[in-house]
Design a protein around this ligand. Structure first.
Ligand SMILES: *[C@@H]1O[C@H](CO)[C@@H](O)[C@H](O)[C@H]1NC(C)=O
Length: 469
C-alpha cells in the first residue's frame, strides 16, 4: 500500500518534470515601492564568470566591451533598500535560490577593472551592471524609476523606459526583457482564452486600487498617513494599462461635498469615485478588455439602511451604462460571451441585499481571501492554504487571493513596519516567485499592493497562454 503510494508520487513528480518546458533563462524588470528603484530578477541563469546583467534606457541590439576612463554610474546597494534583503526575516530560506544578499552585489561593481560595456555602438548607455552569482536572483538596483514615464504609456505601448539584458563574456545577449505595458493582453489572447470564464484565468489585480495619489513622490513627501494609506503608484488607468483587470474599490459617502462618492482606505478619503470610473470607462472603450470592478466594504457614510447603496448603484448605472456586463450572463459567461455584447465592466457588489435589489446591474461580490497577517511566513502559509484543496475551483465565481500584509492599528500608530511600501518590498518578490513557480496554475485573481513590484502580469501571460480550453 505505502509502496504503491510512493510509486504514485514518484510517477506524478516525474510526469510533472516531463511536462515542464526546458529551463530557459528568463529576466524580469520590476519597480520597488519604497524608493521606486528598478529591480531586475532572473531564473535559470548560467551565472558564469564574465556574465553580466545590464540595464539600459533603450532597446539594446548588441553589446561591446570598452576600456574606460571611469566606471559607468552603478547601482548603489544597501540592505535597507533591497526588496529581497529583508533583514527582519532572516529565517526564510528561499526554495528556488532567490537571494539578494547585498554582499553578492558589491562584487558586481567593476569600477576597478577599467572595462565596461556599451550598447549599439556606444549610442546606448548602460545604467547599471550586475554580476549574476546564482541561477536565480532578485536585485534592487540604485536606478530610480520616474513615474512620469508610466504616465506617458498609452493603449499602444509595449516596451518602454528600461531594458535588462543578460550577456555572456563575449557580449552575446542570452536573454532580454523590458519594462512594459499590457494594455490589451486579454484581447491578444483571445484565440486561447475566448471560450474560458474569468474563473479559469490567472488575473492580476490591485489591492485598494483607488489609494494612489497623482504625482506623489514617496521620497519627498512621505508621512505617517501616506505611509499607511497609499497602496499603488499608478492611477487606475496606469494599473489597467499594466495589466490589472480586477479592481478593489472601497467607496465611502461624503455628504458635505458636492461630489458625494469617494474612494476610501479605511477612514482616509482618497480619490473621487468619478475619477476612477472615468479612467475605467476610457480604458475599456479603447481596448475592449474586461474589468472586474469589485465594490467592497463601504467604509464611510453608508449607515445601516440601503439608501446610500441605492444612490451609489444608480450613479454607477448612469456612469457605466451600456458598458456593464449584464448579470444574466452570470459568472459562467465566457470572455467571448462578453465581447460579443461589447460589455466590459462587471460590477461585483459585495452586499447581498443590494445585489438582490438590482438584479439587472449587479453581480454578487467576488470573494476576497484575506489573511490579515503581518509577516511573510504567515502570508505564505495563508496563500498556500487557500490554494490547496480549494473547493472554490469547482465554482465559476472568481476568487481573489489578497497577497499583501496588513498592519495592525498599533503597528500603524507606532510605525512598526515602516509603512506599506516597505511591507510590499518585503513580499512582492516572494509573491512573484510563489505564483510563478507553484500556485499560479490553480490560482485565479491575485491582488497586490504596489503591483509594479511583482511579476504577476508576466505570470498571467505565461499561464493563460497554456490554458486548456
Ligand atoms: C511624456 O511625453 C511628453 C509628450 O510627448 C514628453 O514631452 C515628455 O518628455 C514625456 N515624459 C517622459 C518622462 O518621457
Amino acid at each position: 500500500m505505502w509502496q504503491a503510494l510512493f510509486l504514485l508520487l514518484i510517477g506524478a513528480a516525474w510526469a510533472q518534470q516531463q511536462s515542464l518546458p526546458t529551463k530557459q533563462l528568463k529576466l524580469w524588470l520590476t519597480i520597488s515601492a519604497r524608493k521606486r528603484f528598478l529591480e531586475v530578477s532572473w531564473q535559470h541563469a548560467p551565472a558564469r564568470e564574465g556574465d553580466h546583467v545590464l540595464l539600459t534606457a533603450q532597446n539594446p541590439t548588441n553589446f561591446e566591451r570598452r576600456v574606460l576612463p571611469r566606471g559607468t554610474p552603478l547601482a548603489a546597494f544597501h540592505s535597507e533598500e533591497g526588496s529581497g534583503a529583508g533583514e527582519d526575516q532572516p529565517a526564510y530560506v528561499p526554495v528556488h535560490g532567490y537571494t539578494s544578499t547585498p554582499s553578492s552585489v558589491i562584487r558586481a561593481v567593476p569600477s576597478s577593472n577599467h572595462q565596461y560595456w556599451v550598447s549599439n555602438g556606444g549610442s546606448v548607455e548602460v545604467v547599471a551592471a550586475i554580476k549574476p552569482s546564482l541561477a536565480a536572483q532578485w536585485f534592487t538596483t540604485g536606478v530610480p524609476f520616474d513615474y512620469a514615464l508610466s504616465r506617458n504609456v498609452t493603449t499602444h505601448t509595449d516596451c518602454y523606459g528600461y531594458w535588462a539584458s543578460y550577456i555572456d563574456d563575449q557580449g552575446r545577449i542570452l536573454s532580454k526583457t523590458c519594462l512594459r505595458a499590457y494594455p490589451r493582453w486579454m484581447r491578444d489572447l483571445r484565440p486561447v482564452i475566448g471560450e474560458l470564464r474569468l474563473r479559469d484565468l490567472f488575473i492580476p489585480g490591485t489591492h485598494d486600487s483607488g489609494s494612489y495619489r497623482p504625482n506623489f513622490d514617496p521620497l519627498l513627501r512621505e508621512n505617517l498617513v501616506t505611509k499607511y494609506a497609499l497602496t499603488q503608484d499608478d492611477n487606475i488607468r496606469g494599473q489597467l494599462l499594466h495589466g490589472a483587470r480586477y479592481l478593489d474599490i472601497r467607496v465611502g459617502y461624503y455628504r458635505p461635498s458636492e461630489e458625494k462618492f469617494f474612494i476610501y482606505h479605511g477612514i482616509t478619503k482618497q480619490r473621487p469615485l468619478q475619477e476612477v470610473i472615468d479612467q475605467v470607462k476610457d480604458f475599456v472603450l479603447e481596448t475592449n478588455e474586461i474589468v472586474i470592478f469589485g465594490l467592497k466594504e463601504f467604509p464611510v457614510g453608508f449607515g445601516k439602511g440601503l439608501g446610500v447603496h441605492r444612490l451609489l448603484v444608480s450613479y454607477l448605472r448612469e456612469q457605466f451604462g451600456d458598458l456593464l456586463v449584464h448579470p444574466s450572463l452570470s459568472w459562467h459567461a465566457t470572455m467571448n460571451d462578453m465581447w460579443k455584447l461589447q460589455q466590459n465592466v462587471i460590477l461585483a457588489y459585495d452586499k447581498e441585499e443590494v445585489v438582490q435589489d438590482f438584479p439587472q446591474l449587479l453581480f454578487g461580490g467576488v470573494e476576497q481571501r484575506w489573511g490579515n497577517v503581518q509577516t511573510w511566513m504567515r502570508l505564505e502559509r495563508h496563500l498556500r492554504f487557500i490554494n490547496d484543496f480549494d473547493v472554490s475551483r469547482f465554482s465559476s465565481r472568481p476568487v481573489v487571493d489578497m497577497a499583501e500584509l496588513t498592519p495592525e492599528t498599533w503597528d500603524v500608530i507606532l510605525d512598526k513596519h515602516g509603512g506599506l511600501r516597505k511591507m510590499a518590498d518585503n513580499i512582492n518578490w516572494r509573491i512573484s516567485q510563489l505564483y510563478r513557480d507553484e500556485l499560479g496554475n490553480h490560482a485565479n485573481i491575485v491582488a497586490a499592493d504596489f503591483i509594479r513590484g511583482t511579476t504577476l502580469m508576466d505570470t498571467a501571460l505565461e499561464l493563460n497562454r497554456r490554458k486548456p480550453v
